[in-house]
Ligand binder design. Structure first.
Ligand code: FAD
Length: 410
């Protein structure tokens, strides 16, 4: 591959950046593409333990992973289909159960470990001749002339693996920022970002439960934040769940300090022992929760996708799915431009991409903030409202169907 003058450079080898690179490389073999990644770590998939960070992938995200050939490397073994989603309020009797039968589908989606998806995308990418990952390239600065971006990594030579092979500066016609919620590309483009602190931290771990997870995604809304148990599959049993416990900061601080046995007891109590006792918990990881939304998704010759453009509360498990929708739409717009003899970095590509994606992302961000406020409210009026709302949805097959189809469309 000729790295000196790229057609497209994608900053960030997370799930979204890798999916973008692979999809473009598969659809346009004539394009020279590189993924610039700050880290030199290569995600490893353990054959004995689950990764605590998971995503609930929709049918649409699955279709994208199938198209690039990544799904087949893990789909049968490590993607856990869930056929039901049970949601209930800790402060009342309201509950709702969504079933894939409500929409005549085999399942509502799949829970997959993050590192399984990332490893599969990397494997697929490695087999394509027109795309590569430049590991240890932490984008730090740039300049633009004659329609080309000149990208420079941080000048700490130690972090760049095999630096001799790397040119100091990479040149590209189009730059795609897929570098996550604290995007450097966004900063360098001087794009303002709306930032809301939820004052919550998500604790994630894997819990081994006494009972089967029943291929169900469970979510209990506590006054201090939602607690989700998501089913896992692939290591020979059906009683491991990925736990995502979003808790107000004071509670999260207390939970982080507990030893495993005390944490497991608290977890079981908070989950009302729905899956029996909790036999063990894995190492815990915590993520401070903020909503971020870039004011614009593009600048001259550069575009933002995934968490670099928008990041949301994990309570509905939609962050990665929204990012993968960005990937699909940007790919369509680039294909459209190439067909019409335009540059992939043509301003019309960016403008159309933003127009098609912004509404969906705004709607999801608003919905997550409303859910978070509604379920965090302790007064009687709000409690009545949300419990009645949940029961009403549960009693209405039509409403349920519409909610499921809307969630699956992302
Ligand atoms: C607790 C939790 C649970 C979640 N559950 C779900 C779920 O069920 N379903 C769902 O759809 N989403 C979920 N999400 C959201 C989802 O994980 C994210 O939306 C998704 O991982 C974002 O992917 P990304 O590729 O955009 O960014 P990232 O995964 O953050 O990747 C960014 C990459 O860019 C690299 N990078 C950063 N800066 C630079 C630089 N200057 N130069 C070079 N490289 C750089 C980083 O090293 C990283 O590899 C959850 C999130 C959390 C916190």
């Amino acid at each position: 591959m000729k790295r000196q003058r790229l057609d497209i450079a994608i900053v960030g080898a997370g799930m979204v950046g890798l999916a973008q690179a692979t999809l473009l490389a598969v659809r346009h073999p004539q394009l020279q593409i590189a993924v610039l990644e700050a880290s030199t770590d290569v995600p490893q998939v353990s054959a004995t333990e689950y990764d605590p960070r998971v995503v609930a992938l929709t049918q649409s995200s699955r279709a994208l992973l199938e198209e690039v050939g990544a799904w087949e490397t893990f789909g049968a073994e490590r993607a856990c289909p869930y056929t039901e989603m049970r949601v209930w309020d800790a402060e009342g009797t309201g509950s709702v159960c969504f079933n894939s039968r409500d929409v005549q589908m085999p399942n509502l989606g799949h829970i997959v470990e993050n590192n399984v998806v990332v490893a599969a995308l990397r494997e697929r990418l490695a087999a394509l001749p027109n795309v590569e990952i430049v590991a240890g390239f932490r984008l730090e600065s740039w300049w633009r002339d004659c329609g080309l971006w000149h990208l420079q990594p941080r000048s700490d030579r130690n972090v760049v693996e095999g630096l001799e092979e790397h040119p100091e500066v990479l040149r590209t016609r189009l730059l795609v920022g897929a570098d996550g919620a604290r995007s450097k590309v966004r900063d360098l483009l001087r794009i303002r970002c709306h930032d809301t602190d939820y004052h919550q931290t998500a604790l994630v771990c894997v819990a081994k439960c006494e009972k089967s997870h029943q291929h169900t995604a469970w979510q209990r809304f506590l006054k201090t934040g939602p607690l989700a148990f998501l089913p896992l599959e692939g290591l020979g049993d059906d009683n491991h769940c990925a736990v995502v416990w979003s808790a107000d900061e004071p509670l999260a601080r207390e939970l982080v300090m507990l030893d495993d046995a005390a944490f497991a007891l608290n977890l079981e109590k908070a989950f009302e022992s729905r899956l029996g006792s909790i036999a063990s918990v894995s190492e815990r990881f915590s993520f401070p929760l903020r909503a971020r939304h870039a004011e614009s998704y593009y600048g001259p010759g550069a575009v933002l996708i995934g968490d670099a453009a928008h990041s949301i509360h994990p309570l509905a498990g939609q962050g990665a799915n929204l990012g993968l929708q960005d990937v699909l739409v940007l790919s369509e717009e680039i294909a459209r431009a190439l067909k019409r003899g335009l540059e992939p970095s043509d301003p019309s590509v960016m403008a159309r991409y933003q127009r098609r994606r912004r509404g969906d992302n705004v709607a999801t961000l608003k919905a997550m903030s409303t859910f978070k406020s509604l379920f965090g409210a302790g007064n009687l009026h709000w409690r009545w409202l949300r419990n009645t709302g949940l029961s009403m949805v549960d009693a209405s097959p039509l409403l349920k169907k519409r909610i499921i189809l809307r969630a699956m469309a992302v």
